[in-house]
Every structure is written in C-alpha cells, then in structure tokens.
Write a protein that binds this ligand. Sequence first.
Ligand SMILES: O=C(O)CCCC[C@@H]1SC[C@@H]2NC(=O)N[C@@H]21
Length: 244
Amino acid sequence: MADWPLGYGRQVLTEVDSTMLEAARQAVDLSGPTWICALHQTAARGRRGRVWVNPKGNFAATLVIPTADAPDRRALRSFVAALALFDALVAVSGRVDGLALKWPNDVLLTGGKVAGILLESLGSHLAIGIGVNLVTAPDAAEVEAGAVPPVSVVSALGVEVGQEVFLDMLAAAFARHEAQFVTYGFAPTREAWLSRAARLGEVVTARMGDHDVTGTFETVDADGRIVLNTASGRQAIAAADIFF
Ligand SMILES: O=C(O)CCCC[C@@H]1SC[C@@H]2NC(=O)N[C@@H]21
C-alpha cells in the first residue's frame, strides 16, 4: 500500500450528495490539504453542469487545498491531478500502455474515458474533484455524441481495485506531483503532461459553446492552454471540450 502523504487530511464518507458540495461545506474549517472521499455519491456532478454517473464501487473524491493562488495558477492544478491519476492507474494496472491524458481534464484508458477532473474555486480554497470508473462505466449512449466512450478499469484491464486502496495510491502520487509543481513551477509538470498526451500532433476539434475550432494539436502552452495549428494560424484556447 502507498504511504499516506504527510500533511494531507483523509476522510472517507459512506455516502454524500457530492464530494464537491461536501468540500464547500467544510472548506472554511480546513487549514491543510484534505482528501474527502465518498464510497457513494447521490448527486455527483461533472464539468459544465453535466451529471456524473457514480455507481457504487467507482472512485469519487475531492481534494480541498487552501490556497492564495490566482485563478490562472489554480487552473494548472488539473495537470497535477491528471499526472497523479496517470501514476495511480499505472500502479493499479502495472502497465503504462493504453493510458493517456486528454486535454484539459480527462484520463483515457484503451481509448475510452476512465477518469475526469473537476476544478472549483471556493474562495480561499481550491476543490479538485476526481471521479474514476473503477468497476462500472456509463453506456456510450449516455455521453455526448462524438465524445470519447467511457470505460472502466475492470472492463479495460480486468483488474479490480478498492476505492480506499485507490485513494491511497492517488494521494501519494498527487503529493509527489504537487511538490514538483510548488517547487519548480509549471514547466516540468507541463513537460510530463505532454509526454502522456493523447492525440498530440493530430487533428482535433475544440468545441466552445457556440463554435468549433479544428486544427493540429501542437502543444499546451505555459498557461495550460491547448494550442491548435489551424487553417487561419495558431490559436491558444483556454477552455473547450476536445473531440477527436
Ligand atoms: O466531467 C468530468 O469529467 C469531471 C467529473 C468529476 C466527477 C467527480 S466525482 C468526485 C467529485 N464529486 C462530484 O460531484 N464530482 C467530482
């Protein structure tokens, strides 16, 4: 088992509406980084107001970090969380192949979405919500047309891992990547993320509400924006859903 990282709080709740809501309720009382994990959520939410399907057995947690960081720097924590998820899934599966990071906030396994990250600012705290399909994934019909189909760790790898075991692996991995981010800034995090990126150098489409931009995925810049080389030149995009 991974050692629990020094200085991080650990809570495991049997059931909660959403660990994001629980994080908001507790934040003012939390003076250090704290993992709030739930064995079951009844009202889990995803990015852009979507519902997050969270059957029992899947992993759900929010890491609450007290921070004075400006919004731009807070947003970079999604790359730290993605690297931690990558490492934890490597530890679970014993293999790297099939795992990739999808900008901005998803982890892919054998081409399907296995995990998602949701960042929310809570004033003096940042909430990093993480959901991982450990045992069950929603039907492909339940996700947006053209989106990456969901997969679970069990369906993709035939490996079973418990929620608390996964929490311990993820927390240890997060603490390592967070220490690197705090000490050295975004540059090494960015390099590590890019070396695990899905579809780098390939043509992708960024969907931003009312319009799409299609171009070659060139890089992620120093502010965490995806850079696409399009027919009308390079575009750096701060927020979008990416379609392959
Ligand atoms: O849309 C996404 O891909 C992000 C999904 C984030 C889901 C997690 S599960 C734990 C935490 N609690 C929630 O209600 N949502 C996040």
